[in-house]
Structures are given as C-alpha cells and as structure tokens.
Design a binder for this molecule. Sequence first.
Ligand code: ZN
Length: 293
Amino acid sequence: MCTRGIGRRRAGVVASRLVAGCAAVLITACAADGTAGSRPSSPARSAAPSSSASPAPLPPPGVLPRPGEVGAISSTGGLPPVISSIPTKRKVVFLTIDDGWEQDPGFVQQVRDQRIPITAFVMRDAVEAKGTPDQSGGPARYVGAGKWSYFRKLQAAGVPVENHTLTHPNLRLLGHEAQRAEICGASRLVKQRLGSRPTLFRPPFGNYNTDTLRAAKACGLSAVLLWTATVQPGGKIAYQVPDKKLRPGDILLLHFRPNLARDFRILVNKIKRRGFELGNLEAYLKAARAGAQ
Ligand SMILES: [Zn+2]
C-alpha cells in the first residue's frame, strides 16, 4: 500500500515531503482528450527519425499551453526542480504512468487511437520482469511483462518514456553514488533500448533527498516529477489534498496494472465530466521552465 504525502504549496512547484515506501498501486485511465481522431500508425513523436516520405507529423497529443498561461517553475541551487503540479489556472490535468509490470497491448491501441497524452516513467526490473510485482493494486497477472518493445510502441504513439530507476529502491536509503548508479543506469538503458534519453525523473515512492537531485542533474535530467493524486484500480482518484477535488495543473499517477485500458476509460470520462482537459505535460513543463528564465 502506498502512503505518501506530498506538500503542495502554491500551484506549482515543489513537493516538500514525501513519504515512505509504497509500491506501485494505481492504474490509470484516461481517454481521449477530444483532439483528433484516430490515425493508427502516425506517431506524434518518434525516437527514431523518419526516413521515408511520411505524412507530416501530428501535433503532440493533449491540450497545449496558451501564451502566458503557465506560471514559472524555477530551480534552486542549479538543481533540477521538484514538481508536483503545473502552475496554471486552466482546468487541465496531466496523466503519468509508472513502472511497467503489465504490458496490455489494448492500452497501446487506446493511447494511439484516441491520442491520449500520457508520460511513462519506466523501471528496468518491471519492464524486464526481473523483480516481484507489487500486489497492492489487486490480483495481478502481469501479462506480457518483459518486453521493451511494448514501450517502443507507446513511444511511437507519442508517449515520452522517462526515468524511474533500475530497481525501484527507496533512494533516501542510498548514498549519492548508489543513487547515481540507479538513475544514470536507467537513463542509459532507456536510451539504449528506445533511442531517446529521458529528461524527467520520478523517484520511487516519491522519496528523494538532495543527493537525488544532484544525481539526477549529473545524469542529465532536467526535473523531478512527483504527483498530486493517484489513480486506483477501477479509475478511483485518491487525492493528496484535503478537499478531495481535482485542481488545475494536477499531475495524476497511475501504474501499468491489469485492466489499465478499462480503468483509463473510466478515469478519463470522470476527468471530462468535471470539466477538465488532458494536457501535454512536456509542453507545459517547457512553458513553465521558459517562464523562469
Ligand atoms: Zn514506481
């Protein structure tokens, strides 16, 4: 089970405290953002340069920030900023999915066909099915785990694949060098397997310290991403704020779990019913970082 608390100061930045161990739970769901229809085989973003005369690339999935919409996210001491939500007043939220134990092909199709904006944070032992899956989200079958090709398909569907360590340790218990080995090792592996180097880092359990930020910087990562709410099996949102409401700029955390496509559909419908859109996290982060300069 995960218990974690995240400090949410102003809309935007920094998560102050995190919690202690918790493994993965969540699932996610999200459906289309209402932008475009399906174009099954046209990647919005691809790691590999396209060599043939393919049609013009689609724009990134999800809503993009309007000029002046996003507040600044600045870093301190030259270290990557720690971000738990995006500073905006627009009713937009962001979907992130962690680990990689369950590799449901139906979910890839859903993301591709409905142009759903998500960001994946992968962990080697999950993707390669080396460890013991967390069971806290319900009975798990972990269908198809063990393949990087699953993430190549997601990447081709416009999903950035980011860094979530090699073995999912509690980084607070590790020294700087060990943290660096976990973080840099994961970035190297993603680059090797998928062709693009991660720019974002999500610490397992949300646990980090200054050594984590130093290591992330040394490994070429530009920001540490936390979250403001988790999504449980069945698409239920578990908020980490007292009023239990979605807020503009919220970052939701799910996991690659069984029934992800179904739960994703429930979640996305719920988000839309509440009047929120799904945003393109990378575009919003870019706008926030630009605003800090
Ligand atoms: Zn995780």
